[in-house]
Design a protein around this ligand. Sequence first.
Ligand SMILES: NC(=O)C1=CN([C@@H]2O[C@H](COP(=O)(O)OP(=O)(O)OC[C@H]3O[C@@H](n4cnc5c(N)ncnc54)[C@H](O)[C@@H]3O)[C@@H](O)[C@H]2O)C=CC1
Ligand SMILES: O=C([O-])CC(=O)C(=O)O
Length: 309
Amino acid sequence: MRKKISIIGSGFTGATAAFIVAQKGFADVMLVDLARNLDKGKGKALDILQSAAIFNSSISVSATSHYEDIKDSDIIMVTAGVARKPGMTRDDLVQTNQQVMTEVGEQIKVYAPNAIVIVLTNPVDAMTYTVQQVTGFPHERVIGQSGVLDTARFRTFVASELNISIEDVHGVVLGGHGDTMVPLIQHADAGGVPLTEIMDKVTIDSIVDRTRKGGAEIVQLLGDGSAYYAPAAAMVEMAEAIILDKKRILPAIAYLNGEYNESDVYIGVPVLLGENGVERIVTFELTAEEQSAFHQSAEAVRDVMRVLK
Ligand SMILES: NC(=O)C1=CN([C@@H]2O[C@H](COP(=O)(O)OP(=O)(O)OC[C@H]3O[C@@H](n4cnc5c(N)ncnc54)[C@H](O)[C@@H]3O)[C@@H](O)[C@H]2O)C=CC1
Ligand SMILES: O=C([O-])CC(=O)C(=O)O
């Protein structure tokens, strides 16, 4: 049977994710948005479907404002809500987007009770927690996207600083999707050579800082919204790992129950992604410095969670 991805929110990130899925051709796409945006959504769906013809992807792409159309979805991507503008933090979106997550979560629970949900809406750690609470789905079926994007930014900056191929730059960014995120420098390498051996500390520190502020840099440049190409590509990478049961280890926002010494919090950690969603939280020993930074990041996520009604 053909696989189906429903994307709630057909704005910049949602429509771009639909386009990437169409290019890859591994699932049908249903775009969902408010009734007042239905024609716009249908226009985007038709345009994306016509691009699928060029990619020779035999998938369907549709748009709706009725949640019954998300029935039988294998994956739901949640990109509904508001994005920040220059001068705002992601946390400034919490109240508005919590309301949207509650509305959307209630519909997912009714119409797609077996789906795996990937949340993008910011502040994404707290919004992932909200969607899990509202749907009541098992934690392994509600995850959030941050680490694939933050790691992509980190790798991009390293590759361009060293003037080497992105293919050979490895690393991972854990923690909350905010200024406290934790790029694991001691575990980063270029072609197997530890990053700390080929880059001086000042340069590494400036790359860490730029990675932490990577979203804000783009918000400032765009002027009226936030990044969408790389965030959409990140969500699609996660969705593809699940739908094709690839058993990939990717960083994702997952629920911790003692792992990394944290409990009752959704935050970015390495997870094994397969057909069941989060099949395992992958743990390993962090350095004392990394563990302390991770704990600080978990506390920052908890500060946002305390604002949730
Ligand atoms: N976790 C991450 O790494 C990233 C998160 N984001 C976040 O993703 C969210 C979406 O960003 P964009 O797509 O750029 O925003 P956008 O404004 O282009 O799209 C949001 C869409 O949600 C729709 N919407 C609002 N309320 C809705 C509801 N109740 N039901 C259905 N649809 C609803 C709007 O009509 C709009 O089409 C923002 O919160 C943004 O901060 C964006 C990039 C990266
Ligand atoms: O910065 C934002 O508001 C959007 C986002 O999460 C990102 O691009 O990392």
